[in-house]
Design a protein around this ligand. Structure first.
Ligand code: AMP
Length: 152
């Protein structure tokens, strides 16, 4: 009997924070997208750049010119990942806001059926304080793959 490949996911969303383990997440997202023949989108939430003129949930176009040097840096990093994954500008999201809320809201809006996030395996006080992965797991409208990042 031959085993048929099962495509479980059609639209995968990779959430990246540009930490040193991002390469590992990118690799896993690439494999998952390939195995499922799925559309792949990438999101980074701008939670550490002051942007007083926009409200939470504002989408920043990755190809817009801007005077904000920090924002430019984030765009450059996101564009580099998108290029390595062959993801188009339309599937690349830079959003101003809180990661847990914006990742889930985007997944809902874009009909994502799998979110991929990194898990640092925190424990003790850090676990009590919560993490993005915990929040996403509890509020996601779809499956979540938490990839263990061992060197974090
Ligand atoms: P954390 O537990 O908050 O350190 O983050 C765990 C994972 O959540 C990261 O590996 C990313 O997948 C995702 N994440 C955290 N912050 C962001 C962010 N600002 N934008 C997109 N994804 C994020």
């Amino acid at each position: 009997m031959t085993r048929q490949s099962t495509k479980m996911y059609q639209h995968i969303l990779l959430a990246v924070d540009f930490s040193k383990d991002t390469d590992c997440l990118v690799k896993r997202a690439s494999e998952m997208a390939f195995l499922n023949d799925a559309k792949l989108s990438i999101v980074h939430i701008l939670d550490n750049i002051p942007m007083p003129d926009v409200s939470y949930g504002t989408i920043i176009a990755t190809n817009d010119e801007t005077d904000n040097a920090l924002l430019e840096q984030e765009k450059t990093k996101l564009n580099a990942i998108a290029k390595s994954l062959n993801v188009s500008d339309e599937q690349c999201w830079l959003i101003w806001g809180a990661p847990k809320e914006e990742i889930c809201a985007l997944a809902e809006k874009e009909k994502v059926d799998l979110i991929i996030v990194g898990s640092h395996g925190r424990h003790g006080l850090a676990l009590l304080l919560g993490s993005t992965v915990n929040d996403v797991l509890h509020h996601a409208p779809c499956d979540v793959l938490a990839v263990r990042l061992r060197n974090a």
